[in-house]
Write a protein that binds this ligand. Structure first.
Ligand SMILES: *Cc1c(COP(=O)(O)O)cnc(C)c1O
Length: 211
């Protein structure tokens, strides 16, 4: 439920001496219909939403106005042309994708705001640049004129215990600080409170909002 998640975000902020205004909630609406999104999220005057599939997003975006959209999925280069409508792309994971964004952005006069996605635990099943290559990708993308890098994003390995995510969040936060970036997009339904304690500026919460 939306109210429960907001209450838990505020409590985590309080515990860690943070201002809840510094933590943005991206409501992840993948797999949910416009009716469900309206009922569970928009009704609470919350308009920051995240999607992970371009086609699904395009169908929803055409039916919903006034939303700040975040893209959180794996972005294929041939889909970059649809992405001008995103406030933030959380999943910049290669120089080739950066080049594709730059090329399209230059043609359209559009600047893409991005986060570099880091595969912080080195999981084979996950997208994202290797931890050892993240700095090089950030530096590369920062030189492009139509791409900005606002920060880093990661998905912690799946675990029943949210405490297991903490060490990965710390690694990502340290890297964010070292690179002098602003945003830290970490934390999902299972671990967003730990993520806030470890400095998340953006949490991406899906299932907890709808159950
Ligand atoms: C689905 C998804 C989320 C939200 O996951 P929940 O566990 O449902 O909160 C967050 N980030 C990414 C990248 C996702 O794909």
């Amino acid at each position: 439920m939306f109210e429960d998640v907001v209450t838990r975000i505020e409590a985590a902020c309080l515990r860690s001496g943070r201002n809840s205004k510094d933590v943005k909630l991206v409501a992840v609406t993948k797999g949910k219909s416009i009716a469900e999104i309206t009922q569970s999220i928009l009704r609470h005057h919350h308009h920051v939403l995240g999607e992970n599939r371009i086609q699904e997003w395009r169908e929803k975006a055409s039916g919903l106005d006034g939303v700040e959209w975040h893209f959180i999925g794996n972005l294929q280069r041939n889909k970059v042309k649809y992405c001008e409508g995103f406030f933030l792309i959380h999943s910049l994971n290669s120089t080739r994708l950066a080049d594709a964004l730059e090329q399209f952005g230059a043609r359209q006069g559009h600047i893409f705001q991005t986060l570099v996605e880091v595969n912080v635990a080195g999981e084979l099943s996950k997208q994202g640049t290797a931890l050892t290559e993240a700095e090089a990708l950030v530096t590369y993308a920062q030189k492009l004129r139509h791409v900005t890098v606002q920060g880093l994003m990661a998905i912690a390995p799946y675990s029943e215990d949210p405490e297991d995510a903490r060490k990965f969040f710390k690694i990502l936060r340290n890297l964010r600080d070292k690179l002098g970036l602003k945003e830290l997009s970490i934390g999902m339904s299972g671990d967003f409170e730990v993520a806030i304690e470890e400095g998340a500026t953006i949490v991406r919460v899906g299932s907890a909002l709808f159950t």
